[in-house]
Design a protein around this ligand. Structure first.
Ligand code: SAM
Ligand code: CA
Length: 250
Protein backbone atom coordinates (compact mmCIF):
# COMPACT_ATOMS: atom_id res chain seq x y z
CA UNK A 1 0.00 0.00 0.00
CA UNK A 2 2.81 2.44 0.93
CA UNK A 3 3.31 5.16 -1.65
CA UNK A 4 0.22 4.20 -3.68
CA UNK A 5 -2.22 7.07 -4.04
CA UNK A 6 -4.33 5.94 -6.98
CA UNK A 7 -7.48 3.97 -6.04
CA UNK A 8 -6.79 1.62 -8.98
CA UNK A 9 -3.56 0.55 -7.34
CA UNK A 10 -4.98 -0.47 -3.98
CA UNK A 11 -3.69 -3.85 -3.03
CA UNK A 12 -6.12 -6.61 -4.00
CA UNK A 13 -5.69 -8.11 -0.54
CA UNK A 14 -6.95 -4.89 1.04
CA UNK A 15 -10.04 -4.89 -1.20
CA UNK A 16 -10.70 -8.53 -0.35
CA UNK A 17 -10.31 -7.65 3.35
CA UNK A 18 -12.89 -4.84 3.10
CA UNK A 19 -15.31 -7.14 1.27
CA UNK A 20 -14.88 -9.80 3.93
CA UNK A 21 -15.52 -7.33 6.77
CA UNK A 22 -18.54 -5.73 5.11
CA UNK A 23 -19.90 -9.13 4.33
CA UNK A 24 -19.64 -10.32 7.93
CA UNK A 25 -20.84 -7.30 9.83
CA UNK A 26 -21.31 -3.63 9.16
CA UNK A 27 -20.13 -2.69 12.65
CA UNK A 28 -16.72 -4.13 13.33
CA UNK A 29 -16.65 -3.56 17.07
CA UNK A 30 -18.52 -2.35 20.15
CA UNK A 31 -16.17 0.64 20.12
CA UNK A 32 -17.49 1.64 16.68
CA UNK A 33 -21.09 1.42 17.90
CA UNK A 34 -20.14 3.50 20.94
CA UNK A 35 -18.57 6.03 18.57
CA UNK A 36 -21.86 6.32 16.64
CA UNK A 37 -23.85 6.80 19.83
CA UNK A 38 -21.50 9.35 21.33
CA UNK A 39 -20.84 11.30 18.12
CA UNK A 40 -24.19 11.29 16.33
CA UNK A 41 -26.92 10.11 18.65
CA UNK A 42 -26.52 11.16 22.29
CA UNK A 43 -25.63 14.81 21.55
CA UNK A 44 -28.97 15.20 19.70
CA UNK A 45 -31.12 12.99 21.93
CA UNK A 46 -34.06 14.91 23.43
CA UNK A 47 -33.52 15.37 27.18
CA UNK A 48 -36.74 13.43 27.95
CA UNK A 49 -35.62 10.52 25.73
CA UNK A 50 -32.33 10.51 27.65
CA UNK A 51 -34.20 10.45 30.96
CA UNK A 52 -36.45 7.62 29.72
CA UNK A 53 -33.45 5.66 28.46
CA UNK A 54 -31.69 6.02 31.81
CA UNK A 55 -34.74 4.96 33.82
CA UNK A 56 -35.31 2.00 31.51
CA UNK A 57 -31.69 0.91 31.94
CA UNK A 58 -32.53 0.15 35.59
CA UNK A 59 -35.50 -2.07 34.65
CA UNK A 60 -34.89 -5.87 34.62
CA UNK A 61 -36.17 -6.29 31.03
CA UNK A 62 -34.21 -3.37 29.58
CA UNK A 63 -32.91 -5.61 26.78
CA UNK A 64 -36.34 -5.03 25.17
CA UNK A 65 -35.89 -1.27 24.84
CA UNK A 66 -35.38 0.37 21.47
CA UNK A 67 -31.76 1.60 21.26
CA UNK A 68 -31.18 5.34 20.90
CA UNK A 69 -29.82 5.13 17.33
CA UNK A 70 -32.97 3.32 16.23
CA UNK A 71 -35.10 5.95 17.99
CA UNK A 72 -33.25 8.54 15.92
CA UNK A 73 -34.03 6.57 12.75
CA UNK A 74 -37.75 6.40 13.62
CA UNK A 75 -37.79 10.13 14.31
CA UNK A 76 -36.19 10.83 10.92
CA UNK A 77 -38.52 8.47 9.00
CA UNK A 78 -41.64 10.01 10.50
CA UNK A 79 -40.52 13.49 9.51
CA UNK A 80 -39.46 12.39 6.01
CA UNK A 81 -42.86 10.89 5.22
CA UNK A 82 -44.78 13.64 7.03
CA UNK A 83 -46.57 11.04 9.11
CA UNK A 84 -49.53 12.21 11.14
CA UNK A 85 -51.56 9.11 12.03
CA UNK A 86 -49.40 6.29 13.41
CA UNK A 87 -49.60 3.03 15.31
CA UNK A 88 -47.22 1.18 17.61
CA UNK A 89 -47.54 -2.46 18.65
CA UNK A 90 -45.26 -3.17 21.63
CA UNK A 91 -44.58 -0.14 23.80
CA UNK A 92 -42.63 -1.39 26.85
CA UNK A 93 -41.45 1.77 28.70
CA UNK A 94 -41.96 3.92 25.61
CA UNK A 95 -38.63 4.82 24.00
CA UNK A 96 -39.85 4.28 20.42
CA UNK A 97 -43.22 5.75 21.39
CA UNK A 98 -41.64 8.96 22.69
CA UNK A 99 -39.32 9.11 19.65
CA UNK A 100 -42.44 8.91 17.47
CA UNK A 101 -44.45 11.38 19.52
CA UNK A 102 -41.65 13.97 19.45
CA UNK A 103 -41.36 13.66 15.66
CA UNK A 104 -45.08 14.04 14.94
CA UNK A 105 -46.76 17.41 14.46
CA UNK A 106 -48.78 18.83 17.39
CA UNK A 107 -52.00 17.23 16.08
CA UNK A 108 -50.31 13.89 15.23
CA UNK A 109 -51.65 10.66 16.71
CA UNK A 110 -50.26 7.32 17.90
CA UNK A 111 -52.48 4.35 18.60
CA UNK A 112 -50.23 2.43 21.00
CA UNK A 113 -50.87 -1.15 22.13
CA UNK A 114 -49.26 -3.29 24.78
CA UNK A 115 -50.43 -6.16 26.97
CA UNK A 116 -48.67 -4.55 29.90
CA UNK A 117 -49.77 -1.11 31.07
CA UNK A 118 -47.33 -1.14 33.99
CA UNK A 119 -44.36 -0.89 31.63
CA UNK A 120 -45.99 2.05 29.85
CA UNK A 121 -46.58 3.78 33.17
CA UNK A 122 -42.84 3.75 33.92
CA UNK A 123 -42.29 6.11 31.01
CA UNK A 124 -45.59 7.99 31.08
CA UNK A 125 -44.52 10.79 33.49
CA UNK A 126 -41.56 11.53 31.19
CA UNK A 127 -43.81 11.47 28.10
CA UNK A 128 -46.08 13.94 29.89
CA UNK A 129 -43.10 16.12 30.81
CA UNK A 130 -42.10 16.15 27.11
CA UNK A 131 -45.54 17.64 26.34
CA UNK A 132 -46.58 14.94 23.86
CA UNK A 133 -48.89 12.66 25.90
CA UNK A 134 -51.95 14.16 24.17
CA UNK A 135 -50.84 12.47 20.92
CA UNK A 136 -51.01 8.98 22.45
CA UNK A 137 -54.04 6.72 22.65
CA UNK A 138 -52.76 3.78 24.73
CA UNK A 139 -54.74 0.52 24.62
CA UNK A 140 -53.91 -2.24 27.06
CA UNK A 141 -54.37 -5.75 25.74
CA UNK A 142 -53.21 -8.22 23.10
CA UNK A 143 -52.80 -6.41 19.79
CA UNK A 144 -54.38 -9.00 17.51
CA UNK A 145 -58.02 -8.62 18.69
CA UNK A 146 -57.55 -4.83 18.71
CA UNK A 147 -56.41 -4.94 15.09
CA UNK A 148 -59.37 -7.17 14.20
CA UNK A 149 -61.68 -4.56 15.72
CA UNK A 150 -59.99 -1.76 13.77
CA UNK A 151 -60.32 -3.62 10.48
CA UNK A 152 -64.08 -4.02 10.94
CA UNK A 153 -64.39 -0.25 10.56
CA UNK A 154 -63.86 0.63 6.89
CA UNK A 155 -62.75 4.15 7.81
CA UNK A 156 -59.58 2.73 9.40
CA UNK A 157 -58.45 1.06 6.18
CA UNK A 158 -55.53 2.95 4.69
CA UNK A 159 -55.77 5.46 7.54
CA UNK A 160 -52.27 5.02 9.00
CA UNK A 161 -49.12 6.67 7.68
CA UNK A 162 -46.63 4.77 9.83
CA UNK A 163 -46.79 1.59 11.93
CA UNK A 164 -44.00 0.30 14.17
CA UNK A 165 -44.28 -3.36 15.13
CA UNK A 166 -42.16 -4.48 18.07
CA UNK A 167 -44.20 -6.98 20.11
CA UNK A 168 -44.48 -10.79 20.10
CA UNK A 169 -42.46 -12.01 17.13
CA UNK A 170 -44.56 -15.17 16.77
CA UNK A 171 -47.47 -12.94 15.72
CA UNK A 172 -45.63 -10.77 13.17
CA UNK A 173 -47.21 -12.57 10.23
CA UNK A 174 -50.66 -12.18 11.81
CA UNK A 175 -49.94 -8.48 12.37
CA UNK A 176 -48.78 -8.05 8.80
CA UNK A 177 -51.97 -9.58 7.38
CA UNK A 178 -54.01 -6.97 9.25
CA UNK A 179 -51.73 -3.93 9.27
CA UNK A 180 -51.22 -4.06 5.51
CA UNK A 181 -54.88 -3.07 5.19
CA UNK A 182 -54.64 -0.32 7.79
CA UNK A 183 -51.56 1.46 6.42
CA UNK A 184 -52.12 3.69 3.42
CA UNK A 185 -50.59 3.05 0.00
CA UNK A 186 -47.26 4.91 0.25
CA UNK A 187 -47.24 4.44 4.04
CA UNK A 188 -44.53 2.68 6.02
CA UNK A 189 -44.47 -0.34 8.35
CA UNK A 190 -41.35 -1.04 10.41
CA UNK A 191 -40.86 -4.60 11.69
CA UNK A 192 -38.34 -4.66 14.49
CA UNK A 193 -35.79 -7.34 15.46
CA UNK A 194 -35.78 -8.98 12.04
CA UNK A 195 -32.14 -10.05 12.42
CA UNK A 196 -32.97 -11.64 15.80
CA UNK A 197 -29.54 -11.38 17.49
CA UNK A 198 -27.96 -12.46 14.22
CA UNK A 199 -29.54 -15.90 14.58
CA UNK A 200 -31.36 -15.66 11.23
CA UNK A 201 -28.05 -16.59 9.60
CA UNK A 202 -27.25 -19.50 11.94
CA UNK A 203 -27.59 -23.09 10.83
CA UNK A 204 -30.31 -25.16 12.51
CA UNK A 205 -27.81 -27.06 14.67
CA UNK A 206 -26.10 -23.93 16.08
CA UNK A 207 -26.52 -23.93 19.90
CA UNK A 208 -29.00 -21.18 20.84
CA UNK A 209 -30.93 -20.07 23.91
CA UNK A 210 -34.43 -21.55 23.85
CA UNK A 211 -36.17 -18.19 23.37
CA UNK A 212 -33.80 -17.26 20.55
CA UNK A 213 -34.49 -20.58 18.83
CA UNK A 214 -38.27 -20.39 19.29
CA UNK A 215 -38.73 -16.84 17.94
CA UNK A 216 -36.07 -17.32 15.24
CA UNK A 217 -38.45 -19.67 13.41
CA UNK A 218 -41.08 -16.92 13.30
CA UNK A 219 -38.62 -14.20 12.34
CA UNK A 220 -37.38 -16.37 9.46
CA UNK A 221 -40.99 -16.87 8.43
CA UNK A 222 -41.87 -13.15 8.36
CA UNK A 223 -38.61 -12.26 6.60
CA UNK A 224 -39.37 -14.77 3.85
CA UNK A 225 -42.95 -13.61 3.61
CA UNK A 226 -42.05 -9.92 3.36
CA UNK A 227 -39.36 -10.60 0.75
CA UNK A 228 -42.07 -12.15 -1.46
CA UNK A 229 -45.03 -9.89 -0.70
CA UNK A 230 -45.85 -7.90 -3.86
CA UNK A 231 -47.89 -5.37 -1.83
CA UNK A 232 -44.73 -3.88 -0.29
CA UNK A 233 -41.27 -2.65 -1.20
CA UNK A 234 -38.83 -3.58 1.54
CA UNK A 235 -35.53 -2.45 3.00
CA UNK A 236 -33.74 -4.39 5.73
CA UNK A 237 -31.54 -2.15 7.87
CA UNK A 238 -28.96 -3.53 10.30
CA UNK A 239 -29.87 -0.92 12.93
CA UNK A 240 -30.51 -2.16 16.46
CA UNK A 241 -31.45 -5.82 16.11
CA UNK A 242 -32.50 -5.25 12.50
CA UNK A 243 -35.50 -3.34 11.23
CA UNK A 244 -37.35 -4.18 8.02
CA UNK A 245 -39.05 -1.18 6.45
CA UNK A 246 -42.03 -1.97 4.23
CA UNK A 247 -43.56 0.66 2.00
CA UNK A 248 -47.05 -0.33 0.87
CA UNK A 249 -47.32 -0.04 -2.88
CA UNK A 250 -50.77 -1.47 -3.54
N1 SAM B 1 -40.92 -0.57 21.41
C1 SAM B 1 -40.51 -0.76 22.79
C2 SAM B 1 -39.43 0.25 23.14
O1 SAM B 1 -39.17 1.17 22.39
O2 SAM B 1 -38.82 0.10 24.21
C3 SAM B 1 -40.07 -2.16 23.08
C4 SAM B 1 -41.19 -3.18 22.99
S1 SAM B 1 -40.78 -4.71 23.76
C5 SAM B 1 -39.55 -5.36 22.71
C6 SAM B 1 -42.15 -5.73 23.41
C7 SAM B 1 -43.45 -5.32 24.11
O3 SAM B 1 -44.51 -6.04 23.50
C8 SAM B 1 -43.51 -5.62 25.59
O4 SAM B 1 -43.76 -4.43 26.31
C9 SAM B 1 -44.68 -6.60 25.73
O5 SAM B 1 -45.46 -6.37 26.90
C10 SAM B 1 -45.49 -6.32 24.47
N2 SAM B 1 -46.29 -7.45 23.99
C11 SAM B 1 -45.97 -8.76 23.99
N3 SAM B 1 -46.96 -9.48 23.44
C12 SAM B 1 -47.92 -8.60 23.06
C13 SAM B 1 -49.19 -8.72 22.43
N4 SAM B 1 -49.66 -9.90 22.07
N5 SAM B 1 -49.90 -7.61 22.18
C14 SAM B 1 -49.42 -6.38 22.54
N6 SAM B 1 -48.23 -6.21 23.16
C15 SAM B 1 -47.49 -7.30 23.41
CA1 CA C 1 -37.35 -4.21 19.43
Amino acid sequence: MAGKSNIDNIDEQVIAGFKELNHKCLLQSDALYQYILETNVYPREHECLKELREITEKHPFNLMATPADEGQLINMLIKLINAKNTMEIGVYTGYSLLSTALALPHDGKILAMDVNRQYYEIGLPIIEKAGVAHKIDFREGPALPLLDELIKDESNKGAFDFVFIDADKDNYLNYHKRVIELVKVGGLIGYDNTLWFGSVAYSEDTPMLDFVKYFRTHVLEINKYLANDPRVEICQLPVGDGITLCRRIN
